[in-house]
Design a protein around this ligand. Sequence first.
Ligand SMILES: Nc1ncnc2c1ncn2[C@@H]1O[C@H](COP(=O)(O)OP(=O)(O)OP(=O)(O)O)[C@@H](O)[C@H]1O
Ligand SMILES: [Mg+2]
Length: 498
Amino acid sequence: MSYTELEHGYQGLRSASRPIFYVGDLSSVQSTLVGPVASSIYRSSKRAELSDGCSNDDGCMGGSDLEGEGKQVLVGICAMAKKSQSKPMKEILTRLEEFEYIKIVVFPEEVILKESVEDWPVVDCLISFHSKGFPLDKAINYANLKNPFIINNLPMQYDIQDRRRVYAILESEGIEIPRYAVLDRDSSDPKHHELVESEDHVEVNGVTFNKPFVEKPVSAEDHNIYIYYPTSAGGGSQRLFRKIGSRSSVYSPESRVRKTGSYIYEDFMPTDGTDVKVYTVGPDYAHAEARKSPALDGKVERDSEGKEIRYPVILSNAEKLISRKVCLAFKQTVCGFDLLRANGQSFVCDVNGFSFVKNSNKYYDDCAKILGNMILRELAPTLHIPWSVPFQLDDPPIVPTTFGKMMELRCVVAVIRHGDRTPKQKMKVEVRHPKFFEIFAKYDGYKHGHIKLKRPKQLQEILDTARSLLAEIQHRAAGPELEEKQGKLEQLKSVLEM
Ligand SMILES: Nc1ncnc2c1ncn2[C@@H]1O[C@H](COP(=O)(O)OP(=O)(O)OP(=O)(O)O)[C@@H](O)[C@H]1O
Ligand SMILES: [Mg+2]
C-alpha cells in the first residue's frame, strides 16, 4: 500500500462525523506513538466557525469570537512568513484553535524583522524557529525578556545550523552516526585541516576514508553535499543540492575533493536507496516516511500531482528510542531528522530542527492534539484556566459518551487455529477367514488378546493374504461371505500397496 493510499483511507475515516470527546489513538502504520499521549477535548463545531472573523492583519488565525471571553493561552508563532504561512502550519494552527482555551497569535514577518523585541506581541507560549533570514538572536532576546513557555529551544537552533555541533551532540547521546572527521580550514591549528588525498581515499587529520565517502559543508544550511565514487565504480562524484524541480543531484566526473571551505568527511552508508525522514512531536511521538535518496541518480520521484513520492515506514523500537533521544537532546519538540538504515542498523545523518510533515491529515491531527495538550498541561494551572487533563497515563480506559461513561475497547486478543485437518489414515475391516486367524495366532494374538503389526514383513503378510483371498474370489473358489467382503479386501490391498 502506498503512502497516498494510506492517507486517502485516513481522510475517509475523518469524514465520518467527529465526536465531541475525541479519545486519541495516535498509532498508525506511518505514525508511531512511542509512549502514551494524552487525548484532547475538541469543541464539536468550532472548526466551521474559524473561517469567519479572522483577519490576517492582526495575525489572528481565527477564534476571536469566543463565547464568554474566558481566559485563554496565547500561543505565538514566530517564524519567517514562508514558514508561518505554509500549508502544514495553517493546517496545524487551525486544529490548535479548536482547543477552547488556546488562541494563536502569528507574529507578522515585518514585526519580527523591523520591530524591537519589546514591541513584539506578548504571548504565554512561543513556537519559534530559525529558517533563512530569521533573526534568531532577536527571538532569543525576546524569549529571555518575556519568558514564555518554549516549544522549540532557541539557542540550540544555533547548534542545528552547524553539522559539527549536531554530530557532537548525537555522539554524546550515544546515537549511532556515520564514522566521520572534520576538516576545519577556519581553524588556526594545522592539525585540524590536514588532508592527504589519493585516488581512492582521503586522510583527514590522520583518519582514512575509502571511497565511497561523503563530503558535507560544516554549515547545515549549505546543502551542497558531494559523494565520491571509487575508481572500481568509474570514479567521479555525485553532487547533491537543494531540489530544483525534478532534480536533487547530478553526476560530475570530478574525483578530487573540494580545496576551499570546511567539511565533514564520513563513511557512505549503504542503504536500500531510501532515506527515512522522521518527524517528532515531543519525545513520545514520531511520524516516519521514506523517500528516494538524492544520492541515487538525482531524479526526484513525483506522483501525478507533482508531490514527491513517499513510502510508509514503521520505526523499530531502537529507532523510536533514537527519535526520543534526538527530540530531547536538541530540546526541539517539533523536530525533523534523517535516518539511514544500513548494515542492520540505523544511523542519524542529519538533524533539521523544526519541521512539519507535509500532506498528512493524520499527522496534522496528531500534531495539533499533542501540542495543544502539552501547552494546556503546562499553562492552564498557572493561568487559572479550568482545563483538566483529559487522560492520564494510568487511567482506566473510560470514555464519556452521550449516555454516560463506558469502558473503551482497547484491543481484542484472539487465539485462532486453522480449520483444515490432515485426513485420518484409517480403515476398518472385519475378517473371518482362517488365514487371518493364522497370522493372529502367529503373532501371539491369543496370548495378548490383540496384535499390532507394523513391520514391513508383517504388513506384507497381510497384503499377501488379501491378494490370495481376492484371487480366490476371482476364481469363484470363495464362499459368498468372502465375496461380500471383496470391496473391503480391495481397499486393504490398495492401501498396503501404496
Ligand atoms: N553518510 C551517508 N551515507 C549515505 N548517504 C548519505 C550519507 N549522508 C548523507 N547521505 C545522503 O545525502 C542526503 C543529504 O544528506 P543530509 O541529509 O546530511 O544533507 P542536507 O542537505 O542537510 O539534507 P536536508 O535537505 O534534509 O537538510 C541524505 O538524505 C542521504 O540520502
Ligand atoms: Mg537531510
